[in-house]
Design a protein around this ligand. Structure first.
Ligand code: OGA
Ligand code: MN
Length: 207
């Protein structure tokens, strides 16, 4: 991907977010990087590094498989070259969002997520009730050749009371405003991998 096609892509995301609160880009990253990230996620899962995801935050955190059934691993800088490349791409997006929409996003946090067959995540908002720092959600999918009958869509509940199902196809990036967009992950018949993350504003009251 050339630098100019990449900046055109960032512009499309910014414009979509401003107009409709969400954006889907089917070819966000080079295929080699997507496949390396999928490999990295699978390797870490096989080594037992992914742990059951919790809901809520701080002392209110709890694991409830009836609400969400994925296993996750947070990404820190230096974990693997492919992960660092992905973090660099997302930092470019963060800067574009700040430049064009004045969102004041200070950081990006993300984790690998693996949903075993049958796992789901019930309808929710990504912004916590007691912490409004998460402003923009971004989910990057890592599953080559995803077929519609395999399920596993992310269902967005849009402002006009319609829904939009996004298949978790490798290379697609879905971006949406964390406070405004209820969504859920539907169960799939095959393992479903993603990199899920959030751009955060500075907290007035850091906990
Ligand atoms: C989440 C989430 C969506 C997905 O982790 O909050 O909504 O498609 N993930 O994995
Ligand atoms: Mn979510």
């Amino acid at each position: 991907m050339t630098i100019s096609t990449h900046s055109a892509l960032l512009t499309r995301i910014v414009d979509d977010l401003a107009e409709q609160g969400w954006s889907l880009q089917p070819w966000f990253a080079p295929q080699t990087l997507t496949l390396e990230l999928a490999e990295e996620c699978r390797k870490r899962a096989a080594q037992g590094e992914l742990t059951p995801a919790s809901i809520g935050r701080g002392t209110g955190q709890e694991i409830r498989e009836g609400v969400r059934g994925d296993r996750i691993q947070w990404l820190d800088a230096g974990l693997a070259p492919a992960c660092d490349q992905y973090l660099a791409l997302m930092d470019g997006l963060r800067q574009a969002l700040n430049r064009e929409l004045y969102l004041g996003l200070e950081e990006y946090e993300c984790h690998f997520a693996l949903y075993p067959p049958g796992a789901f995540y019930q309808k929710h908002l990504d912004r916590f009730r007691d912490d409004d720092r998460r402003a923009v959600s971004a989910v990057f999918y890592l599953n080559p050749d995803w077929q519609p009958e395999q399920g596993g869509a992310l269902r967005l509940y849009l402002a006009d009371a319609t829904t939009r199902d996004v298949p978790p196809e490798a290379g697609s990036l879905l971006v949406f405003l964390s406070a405004d967009m209820p969504h859920e992950v539907l169960p799939a018949t095959r393992e479903r991998l993603s990199l899920t993350g959030w751009f955060r504003r500075r907290g007035d009251n850091p906990l």
